[in-house]
Design a protein around this ligand. Sequence first.
Ligand code: ARG
Length: 463
Amino acid sequence: MTDKSANAMWGGRFAAGPDAIMEAINASIGFDQRMASQDIAGSRAHAAMLGATGIVDTKDVDAIREGLLTVLSEIEAGDFAFSTALEDIHMNVEARLKEVIGEPAGRLHTGRSRNDQVATDFKLWVRDQLDAADGALVSLIGALLEQAEAGAAWVMPGFTHLQTAQPVTWGHHMMAYVEMFGRDLSRVRDARTRMNESPLGAAALAGTSFPIDRHMTAEALGFDRPAANSLDAVSDRDFALEFLNVASICAMHLSRFAEELVIWSSAQFRFVTLSDRFSTGSSIMPQKKNPDAAELIRAKVGRIFGANTALMMVMKGLPLAYSKDMQEDKEQVFDAADNWMLALAAMDGMVRDMTANRAHLAAAAGSGFSTATDLADWLVRVLGLPFRDAHHITGSLVALAEQQGCDLPDLTLDQMKSAHDGITDSVFDVLGVENSVASRTSYGGTAPDQVRTQIARWKDLLS
Ligand code: ARG
């Protein structure tokens, strides 16, 4: 005789219900209730197919499909009592369906298992997140393009090793992030295309003897096709891992940009002013305006990449097909998705609101002997010197300027000639930062015209 406390869904061969600790470690309803709408969409598609193939009477199918909508509206209204004893979202929904429509509810689970069901629900959830990330990235790229367009010709220092290297333009710097987020966007789209195969109907692991139509359910749920191997379909979590990979790389890009904003908004740099809307104050130091949003974006990559690592570890040793370990996939992905979306939105807002301080950018662009390379190039181009010699002569002029406490354009022609007597007045033309950036017209270079070409290309790509 079955104990009354045994599970109503699978308790047939059990004499007793689970220990409280067993229930606590086993249940996923605390988090997988986030997949309620995906679960109900999957069940409605499955039920319709059971009707169309004649596996279940259409009268019962109609009752099931209608009843599932009732359950959905209860969940959406917050009127649903989730039960830990019912383990997960799948059994919570099915048990409630039974209460709502009675006996026909028991026919819904024909020709499927929770293994293909959870894979389907989770895929639908991840797919929605990829679509949301797509929109967020397009918006962020749009914000960067606006900044780039406004400042296509504004000069600023370019750095290597965070030491002044050569002048670049604000637009060029913004467009570097457009390239990064553009690659993220293409990874999002690529991952979505690859993941879009339906696990539904793979059943527990081997398929089913019922004459189901997996093409029909795949199509109803917006999948491109049914997954071709039932063992793989129920045990594959590549789609979740790819989501976390893509999110990790994008979060790394967000973090790098956030770090620049933290540096740039400091009193020492003053390259940008962040808006009040995306800054906070200090409770003790009245003068402070802190770039907290940027700092938190910088930190998010930690937990997102942590989720990626965690799920890789969960999956790496699992034999085919489903193992309960895989229930540990969802919290990692949910947390990473929430924080990725938040970081993208915060960066979007910060970029739209921030003001580049042109005067500070320009002043900094000219300091630190940033046009030394232009001087060396001039020696090569005009005097025909080998680049190595030109590099050496320029180095000695930098040392001279440093000694004099001035910048390269402030040296006199006589001082220039002391390093090489072929130097003429026209050298001063290349020492100005505006001329320096304008001269870098190679494809993908920082010249304003090149920047504008790239802005136009991206606008075209996104339209
Ligand atoms: N809650 C489970 C999960 O998230 C659903 C699948 C359970 N399947 C099973 N055979 N116990 O993975």
